[in-house]
Design a protein. Structure first.
Ligand code: 13P
Ligand code: SF4
Length: 304
């Protein structure tokens, strides 16, 4: 079996030869995060994908993230190391669902969470991530918003922007949806000194009891700025690695042991090496579809 150091060496060599950069999401396994040039949340990674000068991006995450990178930079080669690393929530809404909702509510703006297919994005007015959903919705003149696919993030945004009317699609993240109010009760009882930080993909019954709700990047920022030293973490467990690396003196307790996204855990260092060697899976999307989907993504990146 090839050692981690050997894989790392070969990846470095290939990166130079091919002018590649490695992006990884905070939910990836620690070894993958260690091999990445940049680790971030969906928003930071989309921005980097658009701005970085490299010819090639190796995207360690799930397919909608690699597709977003390709849509923003069609001239670059974008590689997803594992073909079936998908996002079940992104698969819940189809392009036809958006077309139908638009026909039913012609006066509404369509806001699609980046955790969606390129076809759904192509039908949207603007995209958002969990880091900027509220700002994106506030930036729109429309009093009525169709939000998809995540009902939890949509209801979170609706609570923050009560002056607008929301039509929410009923998609969800199977990983975040599984965590309930009872998990919060148990975690609070077992860790009375800790602060609870959760992702907006959590159910409303969980979010309402949290001390802070934010994207993975915002949770990490919150911890860095906080004087507390014990946190209950209400999102996928991959985030513990960057948190513990940055704050070895602080304590992190998972809100639930079941907080695991199987798709985010599929990528290994070996897959990364194979992907760079063979240029697989090379993300290819229809040009016209990408041109349509790029507009709402760029609009999102322009929101201040
Ligand atoms: P972030 O936008 O916080 O990176 O989250 C992405 C995601 O897939 C959450 O489940
Ligand atoms: Fe999709 Fe949920 Fe996994 Fe995020 S954690 S990639 S929303 S399935």
């Amino acid at each position: 079996m090839m050692s981690f150091e050997k894989i790392q060496q070969q990846i470095r060599k290939l990166k130079e030869e091919k002018d590649a950069v490695i992006l990884a999401h905070y939910y990836q396994i620690p070894e993958v995060q260690k091999l990445a040039d940049h680790v971030g949340d969906s928003f930071a990674l989309s921005k980097l994908a658009a701005e970085l000068p490299h010819q090639m991006i190796l995207f360690c995450g799930v397919s909608f993230m690699a597709e977003t990178a390709k849509t923003l930079s069609p001239e670059k080669i974008v590689l997803l190391p594992v073909a079936d690393a998908g996002c079940p929530m992104a698969d819940m809404a189809s392009e036809e669902d958006v077309i139908k909702l638009k026909a039913e509510h012609p006066d509404a703006a369509v806001v699609s969470y980046v955790n969606s297919s390129t076809g759904v994005k192509a039908q949207s007015d603007i995209c958002c991530t969990s880091a900027n959903a509220v700002q994106v919705i506030r930036s729109l003149p429309h009093p009525k918003i169709i939000f998809l696919p995540d009902e939890n993030l949509g209801s979170y945004a609706a609570e923050k922007v009560p002056e607008k009317e929301f039509i929410l699609f009923n998609g969800y993240c199977p990983t975040h949806e599984e965590v309930m109010a009872i998990d919060v009760k148990i975690a609070r009882e077992e860790n009375p000194d800790a602060i609870l930080l959760v992702h907006p993909e959590c159910r409303s019954e969980v979010r309402k009891q949290a001390d802070f709700v934010g994207s993975t990047g915002q949770i990490i920022k919150y911890v860095s700025q906080s004087e507390h030293n014990h946190f209950i973490i209400g999102t996928e467990q991959g985030i513990i690695h960057p948190l513990q690396e940055k704050h070895p003196d602080k304590k992190f307790t998972m809100l639930s042991p079941g907080f695991l996204c199987p798709n985010m855990k599929k990528t290994t260092p070996k897959d990364m090496l194979r992907s760079l060697e063979n240029l697989t899976v090379n993300i290819e999307l229809e040009e016209e579809l990408m041109n349509q989907a790029r507009k709402p993504l760029i609009r999102m990146l322009e929101v201040k």
